[in-house]
Design a protein around this ligand. Sequence first.
Ligand SMILES: [Zn+2]
Length: 333
Amino acid sequence: MKAAVLHGVRDVRFEQINKPDIGDGEALLRVRACGICGSDLHTYREGLFLDLGTPTETGRVLGHEFAGEIEEINGEVEGLSVGHRVTTVAIGANAEYLKITKSMASFIVPLPDHVSYVEAATTEPLATSLHAVNLADVQDGETIVVMGAGIIGLGVLQCIKARSSARTIVVDLSDKRLALAEDLGADEIVNARNEDVLERVLPGTDSNENFLRGPTGTVDTVFDCVGATANFSGTTVLEQALTMVRQDGKIVVVAVFERSLEIDPNIIVRKGVHLIGSWAWLPDEFLAALDLISSAKIDRKPLISHVFSLEDAAEAYSTQDSADTAVKVMLVP
Ligand SMILES: [Zn+2]
């Protein structure tokens, strides 16, 4: 079968590999769409999480944001028939086929007919965004800053807009992504490449102020959907978040850090910041995310910026790595 195999850092190759054998009580999924995730990019760029990929003779197959069709069942799998359109949770979907093991069979989510495979493949990252928003418990009238307008940040914006009338400010370095944020309902957008973020979010505040003198932030919740790449130097988003968050406000970190940071913990203490880490989602949130898509409360179609075939997987990965132009790159076998 066709597959995109990661051989090493920035080395994705299209290859023919063996189709998975399915044992009794297992099923074979024909993958119809698989998104490239930010975490796949950390693996692609830095080798992070490499061990999570499905091993092949020559490398690892990534891809965990997917949807497809049940092509074959060995014996009986409760609730599953050949031809069912589904999404589920597994890794190794940058390929034509994926094995549905017995343990996965308990979490196979059927797709409504009107939800396309490509849209359905964005359920997993939407669930990640929803989990972060649930942790923040966003209230009407609050001011929320979303740092980073990639698929997770835009999903955070979509979940907030679907559920509340909070005021949202979205910050990114890409005008294209920010224009999309505006289309999706962001009240304000800030391009941190051209503008002083703290000046825009906290007008009239001296951003060089020593915050040990007193808390000055005004933002109820900041979502850090950026983290820090290995080669980043300068003021990180988390440091900016600590400045802009209000006394007793929240910072939800739903990003991966390729390196450690030096921050002044006294700011967290002095401001009583609720620093919340957000990783993945709960099963109910996955179902709720698909429901938000299928009920048209959230439209994921505008977030799909590119579609590539598996043959062009190398280009797909380098495109997803280009934050200026790409939001969500899909591989369609
Ligand atoms: Zn993901």
